[in-house]
Design a protein around this ligand. Structure first.
Ligand SMILES: [Zn+2]
Length: 256
């Protein structure tokens, strides 16, 4: 599978060269979207990623740095359908959202755009709940509640990390976490971990990494340490992790 890093910045004010959190995972003719920060579909389209291959959109939690580009992603898909006179490759789009109130807001905005946002294909939204979100024979995604929002032990948690199983690999997407130990529930070992550094620094990530078997580590949702001290951070990552970890940049694609 290919992982496209569309936005690698934490929820900061605008930063040069980095937009808010979003990745796309591509397997064959399928694209699965994880989080939809500002401008994610713009970045993807200009990278040559075909938005009509988008199959499912999965959101970790509904903070603006993770959903700011959701409406625009759906709008751009509809625009390409009209321009190319082609339906989305998989017949429709499924959106998995931890907080359905946000969906009402997104759809309200879209309905007040041109054409009332009528589409010839379904856009189905589903709430995220703990457990397997979907298994479509190509990818299985399992949702794990985390403590980023103060609702971990309440019946309705609104923030999730995801285990993505695809092409025989195990990829973990942290989303935003309250502490890295939230991820203990997700894995002991994995082929790749996309880890947020918006709330914790490289040292904390290193202490956690030492306790797990993680083949490759991808720093994303990057916070002040990496944003303010990019060169020092690169050196530190190399010293601690060797070639096992990279600080991801917008527009970067890796194969797992
Ligand atoms: Zn965030």
């Amino acid at each position: 599978m290919k992982i496209h890093f569309l936005g690698t910045c934490a929820g900061t004010e605008p930063m040069p060269g980095r937009k808010h959190a979003s990745i796309a995972v591509e397997s064959g003719k399928n694209i699965y979207w994880f989080d939809a920060g500002e401008g994610c579909s713009y970045t993807a389209h200009l990278l040559g990623i075909d938005l009509l291959k988008v199959n499912k959109v999965v959101i970790s939690h509904t903070h603006m740095d993770h959903v700011g580009g959701l409406g625009n992603l759906l709008w751009n898909i509809r625009k390409l359908v009209i321009m190319r006179k082609q339906l989305p490759l998989h017949g429709g789009i499924e959106v998995y959202l931890p907080n359905m109130e946000t969906w009402e807001g997104v759809m309200l905005i879209l309905k007040n755009t041109e054409g009332g946002f009528k589409t010839d294909y379904p856009i189905n939204v589903m709430p995220v709940e703990e457990g397997v979100l979907f298994d479509d024979g190509i990818m299985r995604v399992t949702a794990f509640p985390n403590s980023h929002l103060a609702c971990l032990n309440s019946p309705k948690c609104l923030s999730f990390s995801y285990l993505i199983e695809c092409e025989g690999k195990r990829l973990v997407y942290s989303g935003d976490v309250g502490k890295y130990e939230d991820l203990d529930a997700v894995f002991e070992e994995c082929d790749g971990l996309i880890i947020e550094t918006g709330h914790f620094g490289i040292n904390t990530a290193y202490e956690y990494w030492k306790t797990k078997k993680i083949d490759r580590l991808f720093f994303s949702h990057n916070g002040r340490e990496i944003l303010n001290y990019p060169e020092e951070s690169q050196e530190k990552v190399k010293k601690y992790f060797g070639d096992k970890a990279i600080i991801c940049e917008d527009g970067m694609s890796v194969t797992l």
